[in-house]
Design a protein around this ligand. Structure first.
Ligand SMILES: C[S@@+](CC[C@H](N)C(=O)[O-])C[C@H]1O[C@@H](n2cnc3c(N)ncnc32)[C@H](O)[C@@H]1O
Length: 493
């Protein structure tokens, strides 16, 4: 029942455009640097002192110096496993160390991996499947080579030109990251230095160039307050570089998504649809719901001119379909207690969403999982466990989902005879008139307040948000919802 409840949370802001559990999209680590056409000379004697706090040993820091900790994780407890070299603020290191279950060992590696690294015409190297891979399968587990701040902004003397200020930050970042690379084993160092570098001529050093080319964002380690903006959320304060995941090339119809197992400090790479042997494995680097022109623009910092099948399609059909995806978010609460809507209304609307997503090859997108899960719940509301169990099978095949990664509840619904159905909070909600229970009462109220379309996904210029009701709702409406939540409490399912 977790999903139904989450689906009914009022004014819950969360990006639905993110890939997976940790909202990890690859991010351009260009930020916050202005572009430099070429390296800029910095006068000698202005190097920022690096106070190296190896493995957390504290020392007095002069003002303006870096308080990073250079550390190796998970460290001695799992010393025989691949280790991640990290440059972290001490508070961020604490967040990792205090993660429940940390350090969790990596699972045994398969003797015959499901992927290989090979040349991809026009894209450098890439990953390719070595066998047929089913939707939802884990293709690989990977502990990163390196975690560094997404960018370093060093304080520069006032007389530096703007270009020198940028160069000074890049130089400082290079020296900071170099400490970590020097701490890697020979093998991991060679793997790092063999990664692609598309920042050879813009003032980035060889390490920062590789970080900027191959890094993706790691949110959730910022000390103190939560990220306030979508940008902060997506960027995170840190950048991660992996030996294999960083080899994935971009596609606007990607066939993989990854998520971080925080306790393991390792990523899982999933197949988001069936993948045939020999197919290239791909990821989305930028928001691929926008138009072809916008995507090409967003891909420029990655030095990518995308020639995927969607980008080379001369028609505008794909742009039209992509703009429709997200205009409706299936919401169980909008329909379950609303007898004015036909019984098949939500299933039909959700199926339309799924069709659009599949046509565009955007199964990685959270809305795909939301729609699938909603159809399963709609059948539960209708008391149809036969069909619900068929959709439960599909939900199970989407473990990359941010919200449904706890598959245990759904597993119980795989058998149409399971007693879990009768105990389910939504069971026969559309069939039994009265009482519809507390959850039903809350849904009814939500439906009345929000109307049949329920939640909407809106692009307010700052990214996609899922909200209930629309974010322009009056304070009175929001108060009504808050009161309803208090009145009916958190439904247990
Ligand atoms: C993170 S690396 C991916 C692995 C890289 N291809 C390699 O050789 O190691 C990103 C770089 O790969 C290339 N790349 C990624 N996706 C691409 C695409 N769809 N088309 C062309 N080049 C691509 C670009 O050079 C980009 O800067």
């Amino acid at each position: 029942m977790k999903r139904g409840f989450l689906n009914s949370k009022p004014a819950k802001e969360r990006p639905v455009a993110s890939t997976n559990n940790s909202g990890l999209d690859p991010v351009p680590t260009q930020f916050p640097y202005a572009a430099l056409d070429k390296p800029v000379e910095i006068p000698k004697g202005y190097e920022t002192p690096l106070n190296i706090l190896l493995n957390g040993s504290k020392m007095e820091l002069p003002p303006d110096s870096f308080a990073y900790v250079w550390t190796t994780l998970p460290g001695i407890q799992l010393r025989d496993e691949p280790q991640t070299e990290c440059v972290l603020l001490p508070e961020s290191k604490d967040i990792i160390l205090k993660t429940p279950g940390f350090p969790k060992p990596l699972p045994p590696m398969p003797t015959c991996p499901a992927f290989r690294v090979a040349r991809s015409p026009g894209k450098g190297m890439g990953l390719f499947s070595t066998r047929n891979i089913k939707q939802g399968e884990i293709i690989l587990y990977e502990r990163p080579l390196l975690i560094t701040p997404a960018a370093v902004r060093a304080t520069a003397p006032e007389h530096f030109s703007p270009a020198q200020v940028v160069q000074h930050s890049l130089n400082t970042f290079e020296r900071i990251a170099e400490v970590s690379v020097n701490r890697m084993t020979e093998e991991r160092q060679a793997a790092f230095m063999s990664l692609h570098n598309c920042h050879m001529t813009d003032g980035s050093g060889p390490i920062v160039g590789r970080i900027r080319t191959n890094g993706f964002g790691l949110p959730g380690l910022q000390p103190g307050a939560q990220p306030k903006t979508e940008m902060e959320f997506r960027m995170g304060a840190y950048s991660v570089i992996c030996e294999n995941i960083s080899r994935l090339n971009h596609s606007c119809a990607p066939n993989t998504a990854f998520s971080l197992d925080k306790a393991m400090l390792a990523y899982r790479l999933y197949a988001v649809r069936d993948i045939a042997e020999g197919e290239e494995l791909t990821l989305q680097y930028v928001d691929v719901l926008c138009s072809k022109t916008q995507r090409q623009e967003a891909l420029k910092p990655y030095d990518v001119t995308c020639a995927c099948s969607v980008c080379t399609d001369p028609t505008t059909e794909s742009d039209k379909r992509r703009s429709m995806i997200g205009s409706f978010i299936p919401t169980i609460s909008a329909w379950a207690a609303n007898r004015q809507l036909p019984d098949d209304w939500l299933i039909k609307k959700s199926t339309e969403v799924l069709d659009l997503i599949e046509k565009e090859g955007l199964e990685y997108f959270e809305l795909y999982c939301i729609a699938t899960h909603t159809i399963m719940e709609a059948y539960i509301c209708l008391g149809d466990s036969e069909n619900a169990s068929k959709w439960a099978e599909r939900v199970i095949r989407q473990p990359w989902s941010e919200e449904y990664n706890d598959q245990h509840e759904v597993e119980e619904l795989l058998d149409p005879e399971s007693p879990a159905y009768a105990k389910h909070g939504l069971w026969r909600m559309r069939v039994d008139e009265n009482p519809i229970g507390e959850l039903g009462a809350m849904f009814k109220m939500m439906g009345e307040i929000c109307g049949p379309e329920g939640m909407k996904m809106m692009d307010n210029g700052g990214g996609m948000f899922m909200m209930l009701p629309n974010q322009n709702a009056s304070p009175e409406t929001l108060k009504k919802i808050a009161d309803a939540m208090v009145k009916y409490g958190q439904p247990s399912g």
